[in-house]
Design a protein around this ligand. Sequence first.
Ligand code: ZN
Ligand code: ZN
Ligand code: ZN
Ligand code: ZN
Length: 523
Amino acid sequence: MSTTPLALYGPGLAVGRDVQVLHRAASREFSGWLEHTRSAGGCARPIRLTGTIAAVDRNTGRILSEQHTDELPDRTLYTACGNRRESACPDCAWVYQGDAYQVVCRGLTGGKGIPASVGRHPVVFATFTAPSFGPVHHRHVPRHTCRNRQRCDCRPAPCRARSNAGTCPHGQPAACFARHDVDDPRLGQPLCLDCYDHAHQVVWNYFSGELWRRTKQAIDRHLAATCRRRGIPKVGIVTASGKVRWVPPVRVSHGKVAEMQRRAAVHFHVLLRLDGVDPDDPDALVPPPAGITIDDLEDAIHAAVRQITVTTPAHPDRPQGWLIAWGEQVDVRRINTADGELMDGKVAAYLAKYAIKATEATGHQSTRLTPATIDDYADPEGGHLARLIDACWHLGRPTGTDIASGAATAGGRQGSLDTRPNAYAGLRRWAHMLGFGGHFLTKARRYSVTFGLLRDARATYRRAEDDDPTDIVTVGALTYAGSGWLTEGDALLANTAAAQRRQARRIGREELAHEAWLVGAAA
Ligand SMILES: [Zn+2]
Ligand SMILES: [Zn+2]
Ligand SMILES: [Zn+2]
Ligand SMILES: [Zn+2]
């Protein structure tokens, strides 16, 4: 057993990274260590585990061998952190992004257990936006001539050109004639911080998931009504108890990604696919009935967006609650139709890109905020982000007594103690997300393959690659020992090796490296 680097380079010992690298690489156990760390090699902050690992025969349940992590290099087992955020761990996010791409793409073209016939179902790609909470600096290009929108250098229109706009009650100009560059820090910032409705925006973010849920229900209802009007019969499904349940002959399966805009309002990019219902196999993915088309799907989306709003519960700061509705335009595009607006792969890559982001576009990044850290970020008199975070913290405060008195006045229940939890309490939990507490990628159960299936496929491939007999399973009784590499030098060595392996895999492959690699990896 070699001297552990932890003993040599413990906290307080200022040993340079280069020395750590030399020490590790010169050790006799180096190649074993590199192999040992391989499964977590690219991870920025792997999880370290200690305990016992047993190899068990899948057929007999017999323990074939047992090993304690003390016998392993560094006396720990390394496992990748699995963080989906690119800013937290680029490597784990890269794997997640590949999975997200697969999940989205399989729902469009089939594969991995999804029938290829889904490619012929009507599909649209819709973007649902938040309304305005006050004017912000923005960049609008009337006609793009650039090749890459991410690095767009086209000449934008003036931001908010108004000849006689004057000033707001706080003395701020209500117009902006600047033509903002893509990286202008003013983009997404309110023209006047005091006019801007920060409270409404964070409440909107917080309830946007509920707005989406009800909108999706309304889309389903609209389509069911269209079927009724056209005389397309319902489908009878025999339930487990032997009864027949009649359901509409179409359903909409979706895959959805949330994007946090620069102004820190959430919007959703959603793929909506029309499926039919097979009475003999309700879980099967079958085409919708012939009488329902992509036009009907579009109509249903537009109708639902116009119709659906959510009024949030009473809050002491606003007894009537807030109105949560979609922004003015919902952008609906067709995929793979004759006019070929959008292609499967492009849409899937677009969605996968957002699946590994959170609040990065806003400029804010922090972990969950606590009473100890909130003052570093929240300020009611501060900038845009500081005011949004302050609004989350302020609205999410414990308000039991406030609400009780409000309810007593409204309902005449004098003196009764209201113990309802504050419906806004979660805003504190999600203050670091500017109020948004939802998942960044969600999908309907039937839309596509699951992330779990893709992970299993990768693990199987890895075992096959390592010549592990597949009737042996590894079972661990492991406890958490810590996070991160033992030294910066270790991180550099493990990450570099992982980057080289990846580079080798990428050579000769095209832009969509994820697809290529993951198809190979899971085949
Ligand atoms: Zn990681
Ligand atoms: Zn401007
Ligand atoms: Zn452009
Ligand atoms: Zn103002």
